[in-house]
Design a protein around this ligand. Structure first.
Ligand SMILES: *Cc1c(COP(=O)(O)O)cnc(C)c1O
Length: 357
């Protein structure tokens, strides 16, 4: 039996997208691929509100997160850490042999403009990484306020992970001044995993061009040279790019404004359903994610048992991530989800809860 996915990634994939993945194969040096690549990247530019380059990498998000560090961190990187994925990005930065500091805020708290300003004012850093939507804690940091601060540090590379938020809310990459915006496709994009997308500003491409040790697989200069011919440095995951092409067309058919407001509506729906049942939010109200809800286990439920029972009923449920597993649980409402999908999950939880109390 297929368990319907309510975990924050991978998420449920629409059948039209799965069908698009079955498109007969083409060669990546054939004109058919150049046409596909050109169409996909031009739609991505519209979705991301960018005139910068947009590249397609065959890897999960962490491949490109490592690539960004290798290409863009020169003297020293400030890794803003407020959850499991941002903590790991700091670890990755160090493992790439870069000088880096973890600027930590408590799990459940956002990265703030104040902390970014205070950190970069030291003049120690030529690059920073942050995660817009910390999927481990359900916290969405105030990206536009941070972007305002970043304007005063034009020599600091602004590297942002939008894995679990891109397309669910408006993230205008150029207006925000993001030098490299990174996301994988298995979360907010609702595709199967294996493809990552990243942007590179002119500034980023210039920095990368002179960077030592940027390797080959994620070399920004290789991506730029190949993208100019609507191509990729090595063989891409063509089936997933067919899927991405299909999904971008579906997103524009839905309408971007409609997509953003659907996510806003779903977030409100999940929050009030949980609040009505006595569950408190893990993040402070102002920083709750629009794409997943991380809730405290306020009623002291045996979450492992709930997860098991929901699994038997056909639902994949998440009982928390990393050090807050068991204390929190997460419900994803990203990708192509609707209220009626959530109603199915809520009905199942309602039926099971009395037996667990
Ligand atoms: C899932 C996730 C990642 C890691 O992505 P992989 O595709 O597993 O490499 C990174 N950042 C965020 C915010 C995520 O949610």
């Amino acid at each position: 039996m297929h368990k319907k996915l309510f975990i924050p990634g991978p998420v449920e994939v629409n059948p039209d997208i799965l069908a698009a993945m079955g498109t007969p194969m083409i060669g990546h040096r054939m004109k058919e691929y150049a046409d596909l690549h050109g169409g996909v990247t031009s739609n991505l530019k519209k979705l991301l509100f960018t005139a910068d380059r947009v590249f397609l990498a065959t890897s999960s998000a962490f491949g490109v997160m490592e690539g960004a560090v290798r290409n863009l961190v020169g003297t020293r990187c400030a890794n803003f850490c407020n959850g499991a994925f941002s903590d790991k990005w700091h670890d990755v930065t160090k493992r790439c042999g870069k000088e880096a500091d973890a600027i930590r805020t408590e799990w459940g708290s956002p990265v703030t403009a104040e902390i970014v300003e205070k950190t970069l004012s030291t003049g120690k850093y030529d690059s920073m990484t942050m995660i817009h939507n910390e999927t481990s804690t359900g916290v969405m940091s105030p990206l536009s306020e941070i972007a305002e601060v970043m304007r005063r540090f034009p020599d600091v590379m602004f590297i942002v992970d939008t894995v679990s938020s891109m397309s669910a809310i408006k993230i205008p990459v150029d207006e925000l001044g993001i030098d490299s915006c990174i996301f994988g496709v298995q979360k907010a994009f609702a595709l199967p995993p294996g493809l990552a997308v990243f942007t590179a500003s002119e500034k980023a491409l210039k920095r990368a061009a002179n960077m030592e040790g940027r390797g080959y697989y994620f070399d920004y200069a290789e991506f730029a040279a190949n993208d100019a011919k609507n191509n990729t440095p090595s063989t891409p995951c063509i089936s997933l790019i067919f899927a991405l092409d299909c999904q971008l067309k579906r997103m524009f058919a839905e309408g971007l404004e409609n997509r953003w407001s659907r996510h806003n509506d779903l977030a409100g729906y999940v929050r009030s359903w949980l609040a009505d049942r006595g569950f408190k939010s893990f993040p402070a109200d102002a920083f709750r994610s629009q794409t997943l809800t991380c809730s405290c286990n306020s009623r002291g439920i045996d979450l492992a048992a709930l997860k098991k029972r929901l699994g038997e009923a056909g639902f994949a449920f998440d009982d928390g991530y990393g050090k807050i597993k068991g204390e929190t649980f997460r419900i994803a409402h990203m990708g192509d989800m609707t209220r009626s999908d959530l109603d199915e999950l809520f009905a199942a939880i309602t039926a099971i809860l009395p037996e667990l109390a």
